[in-house]
Every structure is written in structure tokens, then in C-alpha cells.
Design a protein around this ligand. Structure first.
Ligand code: AMP
Length: 363
């Protein structure tokens, strides 16, 4: 029986472990929190920090193959371990995605269109970037930003002054894309093939994913191009394992926003809404099993459950309506804006969700 080691013990680790178990594998996760969500499902849990070389190596020693569900594992720890242990996704996709400037430069170099961007380190370079890119624009910290943290939309001169505190760390200024909608694709690749999950339309609130509607109700040609270009990008970069890419879509144009070499929140719908799911295909890849091409079972809606919606989700779980799948991650502390779970509605379209379900959640 093989053991999969997972760096990180959050909900992504939990769902990787669930699928690994169904495939007959053991799992061990590394996470600093004694009550990390994945610890409830993994066979073993190493309580340790991601920046503790001894803890990461201990995870590798106890595993046949290692993956990550957390993006900010320091390179100086992981790179030497990649030579010693089986970490088949390697460090490269993490490295390429950890810094927004490097990430967008890499996307461009490998053929994807991005919003215009410029590096910004101080007020002078911010002003130069604004002169080049124009307003509105989005100022983001280059590293450690997630779910809309560490970013500000600049529309006016006053916004510029207000955003100066962000410049305590290196930043990037991006063209503001007045997109028609956001979309993302999740792919899993081995040496032979790439499988891609059906593309959904994503709705964010306060920078955090709120809803996914699958399939994205848009021009099939745009979706086919997004898939083609994403797969070409993944091959061109030489990435293996799992990769999610988020895009802005405007007219017929698609703009790369960001990528993540781990299962993605927008792919949670695949657990019940597709014939195979992102966690399972990642586990199959890690275990050296052939990948399976996913198909959508039916139109599906995924609603993220943040702290403020936990009680509503618990009520829905108790009522257990058919084709409605409530996932609660078992986090001990509930806070507004913290991801506590998600609900997947299989056989449901966006208008049906808006008419029958949207009002049950906090606006
Ligand atoms: P990010 O952390 O880069 O994914 O940004 C979080 C959210 O902010 C995105 O999902 C968009 O809704 C919005 N956003 C970020 N960058 C831009 C941009 N350049 N133009 C328009 N909206 C953006």
C-alpha cells in the first residue's frame, strides 16, 4: 500500500486524502495546526511548520510520493528534497506561481495573454506604472496574496495615496480588466496525456470565490480555446500533476489572471458533478495510475460556505435534499470570510439556483 504525503492539511488536503483512501492509498499530512481539517482523514499527521526543514523531510521520509496543497512552501526547503524523494510535480510550478510578477511573465513567455502589468517597488515606480498602464488599475503584492488580500483597485489620485502602505513589500500594477466573467480550468497531466475538467463561470465576492456555474454559459469557441491554450501552456512549461488557471474573459478575449499547482476551489464541483474529480485524478497521477478523462454529469452549481453561511449550510445538510451535497470541513473556529465548506447542487442551472437557493445565504 502506497503512502501519499501532503504538505498542508487544509480542506484541499482533506479532499485529496478522501480520494486517495478510495483508491487504497494511505496518507500523511504536514500542518502546524493540531486540528487541521485533513488530520481527521489522514492516517498520520505531522504537526509541524512548512518552513521547518526537518518537518518537511520527515513527511517525505514517511511517504512514497509527496504533493502540496499549500503554495508557499519555501524553495530552499523543497528544492533539495526534490532530488532525494519522489515529489513528481517538482518545485518549478510552485516557484513560477509564488510571485505574481514571475507568474505573469512566465504565462506571457509561454503564449498566454495577460493584463498589462509592471513591477512597482516605491511611489516613483507606482507613478511611472500608472502613467504607462492608466487607471483604473489593480495594485497587488507580488507574494503571499490570496483571496483578494494584499490588493487595491486604483481609480483616482486619492486611491493612489491610500494604497501606498501596500508598497512596504514589492508589488505589481495590473491593468484593470472590465471582464464579462471569470472562468477557470483545472488540468491533470502525466507524461502521456492531459485531462481537463469542464470549465465553469466563477463569481467572486470581496475577492473570494463565491459561486461556480458549470458549464460556463458562454460561447463554446471561447471555452475550447481556453482549454487548448491552457493545455499547450502546461505542456510548454513542462508541468506534471495538477494545475488550475484562472482567467478573465472579455468579448472573445481571454486573459490569464493566476495559476495554482494544486486542487482548486473552483474544481470542488467535480466531486459530484463530474464522472471523476480533481482530487481523484491528482491521486491517480501520484500513484502512477492512468488518468481518466472527466465528463460533466449534469449542469452543476458550487456555492462556497464562508463563516457567515455556516448555519444555513448546516440546516441544508440536516434537510438532505436530493442532489444537494453539503461538505463541511470541520474547522474548529468559524469566522466570517473563512472557508468552512461548500455545497454542490447537481442538475441545477444558474437561474434555478438564483430562484430557489440564493436567498438562503448572506447577501
Ligand atoms: P486575484 O487574487 O489576483 O485572483 O484577485 C482576486 C479577484 O480580484 C479576481 O478574481 C478578480 O475578481 C479581481 N481582480 C484581480 N485582478 C484584476 C484585474 N486586473 N482586473 C479586474 N479584476 C481583477
Amino acid at each position: 500500500m502506497k503512502t501519499i504525503g501532503i504538505i498542508g492539511g487544509g480542506q484541499l488536503g482533506l479532499m485529496i486524502a478522501e480520494q486517495a483512501r478510495l483508491l487504497g492509498a494511505r496518507t500523511v499530512c504536514l500542518d502546524p495546526a493540531a486540528d487541521a481539517p485533513a488530520a481527521a482523514v489522514c492516517d498520520d499527521h505531522i504537526v509541524g511548520r512548512f518552513d521547518d526543514p526537518a518537518a518537511v523531510e520527515e513527511l517525505c521520509r514517511r511517504s512514497d510520493v509527496v504533493t502540496y496543497e499549500f503554495e508557499n512552501v519555501p524553495g530552499d526547503i523543497l528544492i533539495p528534497l526534490c532530488d532525494k524523494y519522489h515529489i513528481p510535480q517538482g518545485y518549478r510550478p510552485l516557484y513560477d506561481s509564488q510571485d505574481r510578477l514571475r507568474e505573469k511573465t512566465n504565462a506571457r513567455e509561454h503564449g498566454l495573454r495577460t493584463p498589462r502589468f509592471a513591477a512597482v517597488d516605491d511611489e516613483a515606480s507606482l507613478r511611472a506604472a500608472v502613467a504607462q498602464i492608466g487607471l483604473p488599475a489593480v495594485l497587488k503584492t507580488r507574494t503571499l496574496g490570496y483571496d483578494g488580500h494584499g490588493q487595491a483597485v486604483l481609480r483616482t489620485e486619492e486611491d493612489l495615496a491610500r494604497a501606498l502602505p501596500l508598497l512596504a513589500v514589492p508589488c505589481i500594477l495590473e491593468e484593470f480588466v472590465p471582464f464579462d466573467f471569470e472562468a477557470s480550468i483545472v488540468m491533470v497531466a502525466d507524461d502521456e496525456r492531459i485531462v481537463s475538467f469542464p470549465i465553469g463561470r466563477n463569481v467572486h465576492r470581496d475577492g473570494i470565490l463565491d459561486l461556480c456555474f458549470v458549464p460556463a454559459e458562454v460561447d463554446g469557441e471561447v471555452l475550447a480555446r481556453m482549454r487548448r491554450e491552457s493545455e499547450r501552456f502546461m505542456r510548454s512549461c513542462g508541468y506534471r500533476g495538477i494545475l488550475a488557471i484562472e482567467y478573465f474573459v472579455r468579448g472573445g478575449e481571454i486573459y490569464f489572471n493566476e495559476m495554482a499547482p494544486r486542487p482548486h476551489n473552483s474544481g470542488h464541483y467535480t466531486i459530484e458533478g463530474a464522472t471523476t474529480n480533481q482530487f481523484r485524478e491528482l491521486a491517480r497521477y501520484l500513484l502512477g495510475e492512468p488518468l481518466q478523462e472527466p465528463r460533466l454529469v449534469a449542469p452543476t452549481v458550487m456555492k462556497n460556505i464562508l463563516g457567515q453561511d455556516l448555519e444555513a449550510a448546516q440546516r441544508i445538510a440536516a434537510a438532505c435534499p436530493p442532489h444537494v451535497y453539503v461538505h463541511l470541513y470541520g474547522k474548529s473556529e468559524c469566522r466570517p470570510k473563512r472557508k468552512m465548506g461548500h455545497i454542490t447542487f447537481v442538475g441545477m442551472t444558474a437561474p434555478e439556483y438564483e430562484a430557489a437557493w440564493a436567498s438562503r445565504f448572506v447577501k
